[in-house]
Design a protein around this ligand. Structure first.
Ligand code: PEP
Ligand code: MN
Length: 341
């Protein structure tokens, strides 16, 4: 349920409504707007009897939200949310390109990649320090050292970075230094981790689980936002289907669907969707044309020697070419490429 206050509602009237919501056994969540404040009612599974609230001074309207997600839905906020990450904006009409290796492997690898991607227009660096690998014998990441190297690459390139957290320990390590925390596909429904990143207050990149519906993704975002953290960017990265033409099936339809249902920005990761280097550019362009607010692309100085996801990583030259095509399609849909400070 959403309680809409009058334009001129006083702070005392807003507090009185919040108090009434608490009395009913629910949690109020105030959303100040440019014109008026709305108060979300959290914790109600079913419709709340709103008669007492409707009669309180300062209340103009009570809307019964029909979706299972509330805070992340359009009913809650009509305007698009822009998430700021280390001075870079995601959402709000620009296209933000995040790029970098699947995993941080060495100082030379991450610093050279950061400098190169910055020189051709990427606004953010990506790189995994804690890697959730399918095989326990595969490279698991450089962990804390990897986060340190990402911070060095940020200093050398001016690009803020996003890196994945997989549990409480990795969150502790990343919470201090990282500009944005990534929740990977495998942890999209790790609800205790979602609550923890919500409490961290850091910007979060939430990737869609490989067998998750878009509604599941939005419910996971709701977990983060219900902890008071509104800095959430959703990421479509392909799902498992019967198609074997690509590593995963990129759900392009999810982009306009999410844009209609939610106010949160959406980025697309064509690398994990496609899985092979030479076919990543076309789907990246399709994602931009479909309304994505950003892209996340894996880039490695020497993909053949990469310790993870080499086959889908672009080399520098290929990334530079792809950026030119991305800029052209972005311009065609009225977007400019976001840049770092
Ligand atoms: C990644 O971004 O490197 C990654 C592991 O992605 P996903 O969680 O989408 O598989
Ligand atoms: Mn990867």
């Amino acid at each position: 349920m959403l309680i809409v206050m009058k334009n001129n509602a006083s702070p005392e009237q807003i507090s009185a409504v919040e108090e009434e919501v608490r009395k009913l056994g629910f949690t109020p969540y105030a959303i100040p707007g440019s014109q008026r404040t709305a108060i979300g009612v959290l914790g109600n599974e079913k419709q709340v009897d709103s008669i007492t609230i409707e009669g309180l001074p300062g209340v103009i309207n009570v809307i019964h939200v029909s979706r299972p997600y509330k805070l992340v839905g359009r009913e809650f906020r009509q305007t698009c949310t822009t998430v700021e990450v280390g001075g870079v904006k995601i959402g709000g009409g620009t296209l933000t390109v995040m790029a970098g290796p699947c995993a941080v492997e060495s100082r030379e690898q991450i610093v050279s990649t950061a400098k190169f991607i910055a020189s051709v227009g990427a606004a953010m660096l990506r790189g995994g320090a804690f890697k959730p690998r399918t095989s326990p014998y595969a490279f698991q990441g450089l962990c804390a050292e990897g986060v340190q190297l990402l911070a060095e690459a940020r200093a050398a390139s001016g690009l803020p970075f996003v890196t994945e957290v997989i549990d409480e320990k990795s969150l502790e390590v990343c919470a201090e230094d990282a500009d944005m925390l990534q929740i990977g596909a495998r942890n999209m429904q790790n609800f205790s981790l979602l609550k923890m990143v919500g409490q961290s207050g850091k910007p979060v990149l939430l990737k869609r689980g490989m067998s998750a519906t878009v509604k599941d993704l939005l419910m996971s975002a709701e977990y983060i936002m219900s902890e008071g953290n509104e800095k959430i960017v959703l990421c479509e990265r392909g799902i498992r289907t019967f198609s074997d033409a690509s590593r995963n099936t990129l759900d392009l339809c999810a982009i306009p669907y999410i844009k209609a249902e939610s106010h949160l920005p959406v980025v697309v990761d064509p690398s994990h969707a496609m899985g092979v280097r030479d076919k990543i550019a076309p789907v990246a362009l399709a994602a931009v044309a479909s309304g994505a607010d950003g892209l996340m692309i894996e880039v490695h100085p020497n993909p053949r020697a990469a310790l993870s996801d080499g086959p889908q990583s672009l080399d520098f030259e290929c990334f530079a070419q792809t950026m030119k095509q991305i800029a052209a399609v972005a311009a065609a849909v009225g977007k400019t490429i976001a840049s770092a400070k």
